[in-house]
Design a protein around this ligand. Sequence first.
Ligand SMILES: [Zn+2]
Length: 310
Amino acid sequence: MLSGGRGPAIRVRPDNRAAILLLMHVPNERDVWVLHGPAVAERPVVLDSPHSGWHMPADFGSVRTAAELRDGEDCFIDELYAPASASGVPLLAAQFPRTYLDPNRHAGDVDLELLAGAWPHEHVPSGKARIGKSLIWRTLDDGRPIYDRRLSVAEVLHRIEHYHRPYHRQLRALLDAAHARHGVVFHINCHSMNAVSGTMGEGGAGIARADIVLGDRDGTTCAPAFTSFVRDFLAARGYEVKVNDPFKGVELVRAYADPAAGRHSLQLEVNKRLYMDNTSLTRTEGYARLQQALMELIAAIGERKEGSAR
Ligand SMILES: [Zn+2]
């Protein structure tokens, strides 16, 4: 699976922006997201993997190669969690790369420095533009620029309309369906992180990450008891688990969470060194062990009763 998508990026000179407009088209749904498992969760658990996609849209117009644009990818995360779908737990997986558009940002989190014109819509800055990682990334993790041009407002709107909106719409539908059926839903927003932070990493460069980092935006996106349950479950299997340090969770755990109404969202970051070689982008021996621990975790979450989340 990882052998694909490594061709050269389509390069468009700044004086040839018309080429971008010609390449912009409505993508096939399967190039935007894939759903593993049922649309109505058989257990009160919904998973989403927003950063494991690597299908490069033709209108990317980056100066980087496709391999370089996989820099921000949470490699294998969709495959790692996919077995959960066999037990009736839906897994939504984005197919486009995070460097093209990050669905884990508010649609209004536009990097104004990257824009060729004035932004005509609501601007909702998260502060991530500072590290080049707002809705549309400006730089790779090592600080190299992704474009040699500014993006037109039409290009940014195209990405929001055809990638951000459909992904969010589908996640919302899965969460609503699970909540309607079970009266409660536990949403795990699935990610992975580099073993050591890069130049543009959260908290600065050269910081070694824990095995697992849970993010509930300082206790606001799920019941604190749910975060504790996940932390204790993974710690009991020998993993070093941190909470909200340094990743607190961003838009996907914020957008649809309402703990008081039984809608719990938790971000779960696993360290890439637990399951893959970050140079060859291949799985390592640790993959199977991590997958088993995560599947046991999801089964245990699925058996929780609503009251126990409080
Ligand atoms: Zn991620």
